[in-house]
Design a binder for this molecule. Structure first.
Ligand code: AMP
Length: 501
């Protein structure tokens, strides 16, 4: 087993480093009599961001109550009394997608709850600290004891060690020390806190109810579900403090060019969410339109998308070429995202059980199959087989984002080169591997233009590291792993010697 230099003493290895990546959806509410129920429904609206576990902590004066469990939020809170025990006017909660290494470890289920000096802090986060392992090592050397693998616990130790006089200053000086991609949500006796990393890799929005109560959430789709109005976003390098006086946003770092994680638009977010005022469905549809212009399919009979995240881009592709757009694949709704399954065997099974084909639509037709992205290639490989098995004459794969050729270290569950099929193969080779009749990806420029951040919002862009290997910030503890695992194709891309766009 390969180890990462310098941190092998704490048992970190290629798999161990997984445990610090935390994808999921966050929710927080301050001062509302229905805090428990609103948090439940808020997390319900964020369920697409993670389905392996969830939890809620409520605060009643100085008393914090926690309930956490494995599975979907409706499964964890299967009876009303479980929610009713969570008393109080303020709460935070999380739905999460556990990584391979902590599937079986319930101690990592968030929110985490800490007590010290007669006060309590509940904390939840998503993302990945690029220096989590070295920071943790440093804290352990200084005497800190950890009970989870979570970066949330690292932040708590930093706060505890801070010499600042009040909690807010201690919180600020602690998040200043963190690098990578993260959103944190904390609940203390006095306030609700939300923080976003220095690059703003993923969104955190503030909403408000008509009674004045504020919420924090990972996506705007939550707002209509719980009946709150959009207030603003917490931007890159900012944190917000929400208390009885209202909300207050602070810049904790000198302004940097924000680099949003494009997978938020491509895959993670719900189509009805807006990110910095740009609607996710609209951006995806534009990705489909541009893909159609860049990679037309001559002689195709119809376009189908892979439900659910590719339906918007498939409709854009069809519209651009005036081709019929059909629902050729049916998703069995209650299975969950295949990517989130614990290992490759189950993941492959997941794809099989997850999608069915409408055979009468497909038979003897030349199909354009649009998917939002390819990670390991499990989904598309299976779908080509499924469609051909159902009698499709031709299957032309069109991917509404560029090939994912480099790992991501900012909180997406694609941390290992070995799991990225396009890190090893050209598009031509991938087409042969998948058994498709042609394969075309959206270009990097096409992606950037579809989201159109630069034009709409000055100083905001998207992070293109997954496609180019150019990371917007230092990758910290991952540097050795990155260098050691570079494939010949990745090396050529970095040197500017290869492109198959
Ligand atoms: P794969 O089957 O491994 O190629 O995974 C690709 C599929 O998973 C795509 O159809 C996406 O909808 C979805 N996907 C892409 N990126 C992620 C991610 N980081 N986490 C979960 N699912 C993803």
């Amino acid at each position: 087993m390969r180890t990462i230099e310098g941190i092998s003493s704490i048992g970190a290895n290629f798999r161990g480093i997984d445990s610090v990546v935390e994808s999921g959806g966050l929710f927080g509410i301050w001062n509302h009599p229905l805090a428990n129920k609103i948090t439940y429904f808020g997390l319900h609206a964020l369920q697409h961001r993670g389905q392996t576990s969830a939890g809620i902590v409520t605060k009643d004066e100085n008393t914090f109550t926690s309930f956490r469990g494995r599975g979907l939020i409706s499964h964890i809170f299967d009876t009303e009394d479980k929610l009713e025990k969570l008393v109080g006017n303020s709460a935070i909660g999380q739905v999460r997608s556990a990584t391979v290494s902590d599937q079986a470890d319930d101690s990592n289920i968030q929110p985490l709850l800490f007590h010290f000096n007669n006060q309590s802090i509940a904390i939840t986060h998503n993302g990945n600290l690029t220096e989590a392992l070295s920071l943790r090592q440093q804290l352990e050397d200084e005497g800190a004891v950890f009970s989870t693998n979570s970066a949330a616990e690292i932040l708590i130790h930093l706060i505890r060690r801070s010499k600042k006089n009040n909690f807010t200053d201690a919180f600020q000086s602690s998040i200043e020390q963190l690098n990578g991609g993260f959103n944190f949500c904390l609940l203390t006796d006095d306030a609700l806190y939300g923080a976003v990393d220095k690059h703003g890799f993923r969104p955190l929005v503030i909403g408000q109810f008509s009674n004045g109560a504020y919420i924090l959430a990972s996506e705007t789709c939550v707002l209509s579900s719980v009946g709150a109005k959009y207030v603003t976003e917490v931007q890159a390098g900012q944190y917000v403090v929400i208390n009885d006086e209202g909300y207050h946003i602070t810049n904790y770092t000198n302004s940097q060019k924000a680099t949003l994680e494009p997978m938020e638009f491509i895959y993670f977010s719900r189509p009805d969410s807006d990110i910095s005022g740009i609607n996710v469905h609209t951006a995806r549809k534009e990705m489909g339109r541009r893909l159609a212009k860049e990679r037309p399919t001559h002689g195709a009979d119809l376009v189908i998308g892979v439900p659910n995240s590719s339906l918007s881009s498939a409709s854009g592709y069809a519209e651009e070429h005036s081709l019929p757009y059909e629902i050729g694949l049916i998703k069995h709704q209650y299975i969950g995202r295949t990517f989130i399954q614990p290992n490759q065997e189950l993941r492959e099974q997941g794809v099989r059980y997850k999608l069915s084909v409408v055979e009468s639509l497909i038979r003897n037709k030349s199909i354009v199959l649009v998917d939002d992205s390819i990670v390991r290639g499990t989904t598309v490989r299976h779908l080509v087989e499924l469609l051909k098995g159902a009698g499709a004459k031709e299957v032309h794969l069109r991917i509404a984002s560029p090939p994912i050729r480099f790992p991501n270290y900012y909180g997406i569950n694609t941390t290992h080169t070995e799991e990225l099929i396009a890190a090893n193969y050209t598009i031509k080779e991938l087409n042969e591997l998948f058994g498709s009749d042609s394969l075309g990806y959206l270009s990097v420029k096409g992606l950037v233009d579809s989201i159109n951040f630069d034009k709409n919002i000055p100083d905001q862009g998207v992070s293109l590291d997954a496609y180019t290997g150019q990371y917007p910030s230092d990758i910290g503890d991952y540097q050795n792993e990155f260098q050691e695992s570079l494939t010949p194709l990745q090396k050529k891309i970095i040197k500017g010697e290869f492109s198959d766009e």
